[in-house]
Design a protein around this ligand. Sequence first.
Ligand code: SAH
Ligand code: SF4
Ligand code: F3S
Length: 442
Amino acid sequence: MDLRPTCHIDTYGCQMNENDSEILLAYLEELGYTWTDNVAEADAVMVNTCCVRESAEDRAYGRLGELKSLKAQRPELFIGVAGCMTQQPGVAEDMARRFPHVNLILGTHNLRRFPELFSASRTASRPVVDIEAEPEEMPLFPRGVRQGGVTAWVTILRGCDKRCTYCIVPYVRGREMSRPVEEIVAEVEALVRDGVREVTLLGQNVNAYGKDLPGGSINFATLLFALDAVDGLERIRYTTSHPRDFTQEMVEAIAQTQKVCEHFHVPVQSGANHMLRRMARGYTRERYVDLIERIRRAVPTAAITTDLIVGFPGETEEDFEATLDLCEQLRFDKSYTFMYSPRRGTPAADFPEQIPLALKKERLARLIAVTDRLSRDANQRQIGTEVEVLVEGVSKKSEVRLMGRTRHNQPVVFAGDAAWAGQIRRVLVARANTWTLEGEVL
Ligand code: SAH
Ligand code: SF4
Ligand code: F3S
């Protein structure tokens, strides 16, 4: 019987947070803990928070409330909070007051202090709060731990310098800091030795990669070429792209490399120039359309996905319809749709002309009706085609089937042998659901 203490990490928000949770898990494993899926039986629980929208914050607060009764039953339970919420002014202190059952509150810049703070906070009578100003250089972290890894995340830059007027990320993640190419390549090589076949490069704006590095010759395109040469690696993905920094050199690098997948996640946010200007996105609808057309010329099989916000302050019916119209014009393969959520401290939260909640909800529903139809159409077009699938393992939903992803990042379910995990197979698509495909191995 395994007598090691167990840990659980709840992760909210984006892949950046998922990657940070893997790093926290690596530290916890070093401290002798082993993972459990069951929060109720864990000896240590971390809540890794997100504040990009109010709904994400509500979920984290709900979880902290639930943990209170667990702590009452088992006072030796360790509870820690990490992630972007803790970096907002006053929030960590407020959390410590409202949730005295928490042991540790840790900011996004000082993950590496987790092991020492973990021990110190176990014996403290009050929550230990450790929020650091952002470091001068990108700190070194241990490689994240991922169970059964055929795929892995690799952070290439932290922070964001863009300051879109609605967004809290630059305030809680600091300015852009790139990791040196050699360090990224070495990490990817080590992952490949451990059986990883696909990496996803992470950054809030991967196209800004390298701008802060000395020398001036390194950018996202050069990084892609360097990684394309790593033996044994099958696929490279990256997220998220910013339309403003997506240069033609990068489009061509993606077209020319073998391993970089033909999937472009390029958030547009709105189809109305008036909104894009007020969001400070730094491009117009016309420039965005031109970028997508250039991508489709260079990579004819590309899947294009996007993020959209409805109900940004001052959005008129006409602005909103411009977004619907852009979706129809560009036929996105998939769209992530959000209702604008005012974030304290961001410029847009103080803009007059905030849109009433009922109207935001109505617009979101109308938008989803359009984007869902477009995704269904895109999926239907795949029926009868052959797709390349990287087998990840047994499907969560059905033990007798396998799950893998296409180069477009679409999940595919099919019958096969669990020993195929990590292999590339060709699958004939037989059925399409809203986002997953079903098929047969050829
Ligand atoms: N760095 C990425 C995205 C970060 S947040 C980028 O620039 O594309 C992910 C998505 O959340 C954004 O693309 C945006 O669509 C949405 N988002 C960010 N702040 C928001 C807010 N205050 N309200 C609603 N949606 C928001
Ligand atoms: Fe937020 Fe804009 Fe930076 Fe993306 S690019 S993280 S939306 S400020
Ligand atoms: Fe959320 Fe922080 Fe990511 S605010 S979206 S977890 S960078």
